[in-house]
Design a protein around this ligand. Structure first.
Ligand code: GLU
Length: 373
């Protein structure tokens, strides 16, 4: 899809994940800002779009309640702020969505919930059921047990993971600037806005300025990382100004946001989980021949090409595949345990039966369960 077509098509999206940063939700004038955001989400919802909101702001609301002017450094204090702030945040959403007669459903989760295949599937069911009930799920990291986003990313990557989980058509990351600029627009008036990015290359990443403020963490580089994840999975991303502009303006006006085009068609959900979410339990190193077969020909991984195994993984666990230079080339789900692979690595299929007694699978990782990175 080309980008101008994308802008027109945006009205036809079925599922939208919107992520809001803490400043939008707590800085001066926040109630009016949230009202406008909810109004636009309600309009989308009422026109049949399934909307999921990933909302930061628990810590920032807790800081306000505790009269803290600066973000605390100690993690337990951040967690205490989140505990105090999360229900205030939800109370605000409850009141404003209530004015539109729209139900909301709170989903708090940690990264471990996403990395575990079983919990991931449970979460998917919860999201789809909430959406089927006509509710808008509002997601945040469960800060009292998980600390990853409060340290690094202000929910940017969590939002990307939710976009993958619910199979979104667009991931919209609302922040306080109108997307990506070639220089920091706050320091340099000549900074040029970049309306479209076709691939999040290292050149694009260098443009990210990471100024943190007193309220939130996670500058442009975590937003770019999040955009990279979803676009590689085939989902377009928008990073746009949700501070001075409305959500619908960010969706429709290219001056208020940067559009990140998807790299390919949407990946099926199992492959998305393998590539971007699941946690690997070990790794396998392969020789040059196997490397080529996997990358260039899309083949399965056979024992013959394996030169090393690391970790103590079981059948069905996810493993990283490294080339001989130690670079990751693919990830997939193993048909054999690490100790079985250690016994049969470098062997041809006929020899495997001799060593293991029986052969359940010809492939160590079948190509359907393998994603090239
Ligand atoms: N879960 C955090 C919150 O809601 C993310 C944002 C942050 O670390 O500031 O506050």
């Amino acid at each position: 899809m080309n980008c101008s077509l994308f802008r027109k098509e945006i009205k036809n999206v079925k599922t939208l994940v919107v992520k809001t940063g803490s400043r939008i939700l707590t800085a001066d004038g926040h109630v009016e800002r949230v009202k406008r955001l909810v109004e636009d989400m309600a309009a989308l919802h009422n026109s049949g779009v399934r909307v999921v909101l990933v909302s930061s702001g628990a810590i920032a609301h807790g800081m306000k309640a505790l009269s803290l002017g600066k973000r605390p450094k100690a993690i337990p204090m951040l967690q205490a702020c989140a505990g105090i702030g999360q229900n205030r945040l939800m109370n605000m959403y409850q009141n404003i969505f209530g004015e539109h007669n729209i139900l909301i459903g709170q989903v708090l989760l940690t990264w471990d919930d996403l990395r575990s295949k079983k919990r991931y599937l449970n979460l998917r069911n919860t999201f789809f059921q909430l959406l089927d009930c006509g509710a808008i799920p509002i997601v945040n990291e469960n800060d009292s047990v998980g600390v990853e986003e409060i340290q690094f990313g202000n929910n940017d990557t969590l939002g990307a993971q939710i976009a993958l989980l619910v199979n979104a058509d667009v991931y919209v990351n609302l922040t306080d600037v109108g997307g990506l600029y070639d220089k920091n627009p706050r320091d340099d008036k000549s900074a040029k806005h970049i309306p479209v990015v076709h691939s999040v290359s290292s050149g694009i990443q260098k443009m990210a300025s990471d100024k943190k403020n007193d309220i939130s963490v996670g500058g442009m580089s975590t937003k770019l990382k999040a955009a990279q994840i979803v676009t590689r999975a085939g989902i377009p991303a928008l990073i746009g100004d949700g501070f001075d502009q409305r959500l619908l303006t960010v969706l429709n006006n290219e001056n208020c946001a940067t559009l990140f085009m998807p790299c390919e068609k949407k990946m099926p959900s199992r492959r998305r989980w393998i590539a971007f979410t699941g946690e690997s339990a070990g790794n396998i190193t392969v020789d040059e021949g196997a490397c080529k077969a996997i990358i260039q020909k899309g083949k399965s991984l056979l024992a013959a090409g394996i030169t090393g195994v690391n970790g103590n993984f079981k059948i069905g666990d996810m493993v990283d595949i490294f080339n001989i230079d130690g670079e990751i080339i693919a990830r997939g789900m193993a048909n054999f345990t690490a100790s079985e692979i250690e016994l049969i690595r470098g062997n041809k299929s006929e020899q495997i039966e001799e060593k293991l007694g029986a052969v359940k699978f010809n492939e160590i990782i079948h190509r359907d369960n393998l994603v090239v990175l």
